[in-house]
Design a protein around this ligand. Structure first.
Ligand SMILES: Nc1ncnc2c1ncn2[C@@H]1O[C@H](COP(=O)(O)OP(=O)(O)O)[C@@H](O)[C@H]1O
Ligand SMILES: [Mg+2]
Length: 347
C-alpha cells in the first residue's frame, strides 16, 4: 500500500477529485472516508470507509452497500456459466469479474480466454509450442495509417495471395476477407481496421475445415473430429448464420492417423493456452499437400443443442445434459485448485 499512499499524497488535487478505494484480502471493497489520514500504508490499512460494490455499467461507479441492513436480496452464485460471445464474454473480462467476485466459472480463466480471443497472441503461443499455424504478419491500425506502403509491400513479399485479412479480435468471421490480389488488399485491411486496433494477414490455404472439441482441465479429453462444409467460398458470416448451404459432418471422413493427430494437437493447443473446461479447436487441412494447421481455438464455442461442440460430444458418447453437468463440475474443480494456492485471495 506504499505506492497507493504515494499516489494519494502526490496526485494534483487542483486537477483531480479523488476517491480512495481499498481492496481487502477477503475481496471486500471499501470507499475510504476522505477525512481519514492516508499518507502511509498503515494509515490506508486502518482508514474507515463504507462497503462498496462495482460492476454495473449503467452506474459507471461504485454502489455503496450496508451489509446487515440490506434493502435488496442477495442471490448466491455457486457457479457462473457464461454463455456469451465476443468482448466482455469470452475475452477474459467476464472471467476476471467472476474471479474477483470469487465465483467458480465454467470455461477458461482470464489468461486462456484473453489469449484465445487475440488471434496474434494465440498464433504466437501455437508456434512456441510447435503447433503449426499459417504464416502471418500483424500490425496495428495506427501503423497501417502511418506506413501503409511498407505494410502492403511486406504482405506481397512475405505472405502472397490468396491471403486472409483479419481483425485480431474477431469472431463469427466479422471483418475477415479473403484477398486474391494486391489490388484488393487495401480495402480488406481498411475493413479489418474498423473492428480492431490490431490486424493480421495470413497465408490462405486451400483447405478442408476440421474441428475437435476439448473437455477437461488437466489432461483434457478430445472428441471425434468433425468437418465444416461451407456453403460459400470460405466460412464467412453469411455461410455461418444466413445461408442454407453450409453443412457439418461428424465424424469427418478422414484417415485415422489424421484424426489422431488432430486430437493430439487440439489437446496441446488447449493446454498451451492454459484453457480450462471447454474449447473447440479448428484446423485447416491443406487439400493440396495434406499439411495440417491449427486455425484457432474458441474458448466459448457455439453451444446450442445442435452446435458443433455439443454435437461432437454427442457423437463421442456424452449427451448435451451430461456435458453441461461435466462443465459445472470442472468449473468447481478448477476453482478448488486455485483456492488452495498460497497467494489465492479467495476464501
Ligand atoms: N489461413 C486461412 N486459409 C484458408 N481459410 C481461412 C484461413 N483463415 C480463415 N479462413 C476461413 O475464414 C473463416 C473464419 O476465419 P477464423 O480465423 O476462423 O475467424 P473467426 O474467429 O471469425 O471464426 C474460417 O472458418 C475459414 O473458412
Ligand atoms: Mg473460426
Amino acid at each position: 500500500m506504499s505506492s497507493a499512499a504515494g499516489v494519494f499524497t502526490h496526485i494534483d488535487r487542483n486537477q483531480y477529485n479523488i476517491h480512495a478505494v481499498r481492496l481487502d484480502k477477503d475481496g471486500t471493497w471499501w470507499l475510504l472516508d476522505p477525512n481519514e489520514p492516508m499518507d502511509s500504508p498503515e494509515a490506508l490499512a486502518r482508514a474507515a470507509g463504507m462497503r462498496v460494490v462495482a460492476g454495473d455499467p449503467t452506474i459507471e461507479g461504485l454502489v455503496i452497500i450496508e451489509p446487515g441492513e440490506r434493502t435488496l436480496d442477495i442471490v448466491r452464485v455457486d457457479v457462473a456459466f457464461p454463455v456469451l460471445h465476443g468482448p466482455f464474454g469470452e475475452d477474459g473480462t467476464f472471467q476476471g469479474l467472476a474471479a474477483m467476485a470469487g465465483w467458480p466459472c465454467v470455461g477458461s480463466g482470464v489468461l486462456g480466454s484473453s489469449v484465445g480471443m487475440d488471434k496474434v497472441l494465440m498464433k504466437q503461443v501455437f508456434f512456441q509450442n510447435d503447433l503449426p499455424s499459417t504464416d502471418f504478419i500483424w500490425f496495428t491500425k495506427k501503423s497501417w495509417m502511418a506506413e501503409s506502403d511498407r505494410i502492403l509491400k511486406a504482405v506481397n513479399q512475405e505472405i502472397g495471395f490468396p491471403c486472409f485479412v483479419k481483425p485480431a479480435n474477431a469472431g463469427s468471421s466479422v471483418g475477415i476477407s479473403k484477398v486474391k490480389s494486391a489490388e484488393e488488399l487495401w480495402t480488406a485491411i481498411n475493413i479489418a481496421a474498423e473492428y480492431d486496433r490490431k490486424i493480421l494477414v495470413e497465408k490462405g490455404v486451400n483447405a478442408r475445415e476440421l474441428e475437435c472439441a476439448v473437455l477437461g482441465n488437466h489432461q483434457p479429453q478430445t472428441s471425434v473430429v468433425g468437418e465444416i462444409l461451407p456453403g460459400n467460398e470460405f466460412y464467412d458470416y453469411e455461410a455461418k448464420y444466413q445461408s442454407e448451404g453450409s453443412r457439418t459432418l461428424a465424424p469427418a471422413d478422414i484417415d485415422n492417423d489424421i484424426a489422431e493427430k488432430i486430437k493430439w494437437m487440439a489437446a496441446r493447443a488447449f493446454s498451451s493456452l492454459d484453457c480450462a473446461g471447454l474449447g473447440r479447436v479448428d484446423f485447416l487441412l491443406d487439400k493440396n499437400n495434406g499439411d495440417l494447421f491449427v486455425n484457432e481455438i474458441n474458448t466459448i464455442p457455439g453451444f446450442t443443442p445442435i452446435s458443433m461442440y455439443p454435437h461432437l460430444w454427442e457423437k463421442s458418447g456424452i449427451s448435451y445434459t451430461e456435458l453441461i453437468s461435466k462443465l459445472i463440475e470442472l468449473a468447481i474443480e478448477d476453482h478448488e485448485d486455485r483456492k488452495c494456492l498460497k497467494n489465492s485471495r479467495i476464501d
